[in-house]
Write a protein that binds this ligand. Sequence first.
Ligand code: GDP
Ligand code: IMO
Ligand code: MG
Length: 427
Amino acid sequence: MPGLVLLGAQWGDEGKGKVTDYLAERASMVVRYQGGNNAGHTVVVGDEEFKLRLIPSGILYPETTCVIGNGVVIDPRVLLKELAYLHEKGVDTSKLRISERAHVIMPYHVLIDTLDEEAKGEQKIGTTKNGIGPCYMDKSARIGIRIADLMDKEEFAQRLQSVLAIKNNLLVKLYGVEAMDFEPLFEEYCGYAEQLRQYVTDTSLLIDNALKAGENVVFEGAQGTLLDLDHGTYPYVTSSNPIASSACVGAGVGPTNITQVLGIVKAYTTRVGEGPFPTELLEETGKALQTKGHEFGTVTGRARRCGWIDMVMLKYAIRLSGITAFALMKLDVLDELPTIKICTHYEMDGQRVEAFPTSLKKLGQCHPVYEELPGWQCDTSKATTFEELPVNAQKYISRIEELSGVPVKIVAVGPKRSETIIREDLL
Ligand code: GDP
Ligand code: IMO
Ligand code: MG
């Protein structure tokens, strides 16, 4: 039962796509378990770049089955565009499977996401405005539309009629915008249903069969631990649970199937959108990381805020997900720095803080305490083994292992498939 969960240990964009692509070569299946097209996962093969939003990052291997699990929210328009984009690049998508139980993002979700953000003004979350939150809200409120409902014309008509009555009431009376017409919406989405039908199935059953046959299954998380709806920096979070246990809910498998949990960690920290960030660098070094690391979002193009690696945060991520190994990404981005800092703990009112605070007010009052390590100031991108890395880079990695108690089994030194150091095979 070799189930491996791969998740972001920080605020997203750690490099999950790159590691998933690497592991997919040895996996029979890759499953996305939460989030939607708020995710942007980049995979670089040779000189070609693939940007994925909804489709699991295993899709570049034609033998690997790629599953969009029940925990994902699907915007059919985005999914069909992504399929067309992959077909244009010559990628075979015949092994894609979509859960019947996944929820559908409708145009009113996208509109409400935008209107809500505007209404919040200064208090905005900085969402991707893709309708993710409003879709999960409807799922919880039991007025969502599932892929299975979309596939059944009668069922879909009925559900859309009743949901649209609720939504139009809100749109007109609360938001002061125009109502949406049933007919064109119904026709448009029936069209999408036909285009997607070939991929739709009971994916929980499919995954269970693979696990029972002893095949390797990778569960690919989107976003990151600190964006988790329950455990992240609420309310500056996404509307799903990226942490490892969510893989079971979002894929429809039992927890006993998960044998490894791989935390994807950037060698520094980034965050897109609003919310607290204790180790944020607002001066030159932050800018240097942003420029060298090309820290601009794939989904919204926004600049990512940058800062030092934070062990308080990583220890929290280890606790929440039971992380058994780390993949340390973008080490090469630190190549030119004379010194590098690791936040070992916080201080608040003269007290040592080791546990990540729940209250954002308290988190805002926490000052990061750093350990400073010498940089290596040379190119790491050609290293293929740990030993080939400069000694100071080795020391940086070893220190992260010491402080966290988790082994760094993968080190990435560039965006390409080939720029990856594997210290121990995971699958
Ligand atoms: P994800 O959302 O976690 O999959 O991460 P993103 O794809 O949004 O962001 C990571 C970015 O860093 C992508 O553009 C990757 O191509 C790139 N990347 C991944 N690993 C490395 C690395 O080791 N070094 C460098 N320089 N870039 C990397
Ligand atoms: P990947 O999978 C980084 C952030 C948004 C915003 C908050 C809520 O590429 O790592 P949402 O649209 O989800 O309601 O926005 O979450 N966010 C991400 N930040 N990487 C992501 O995905 C993200 N997905 C959402 O910027 O702050
Ligand atoms: Mg991303």
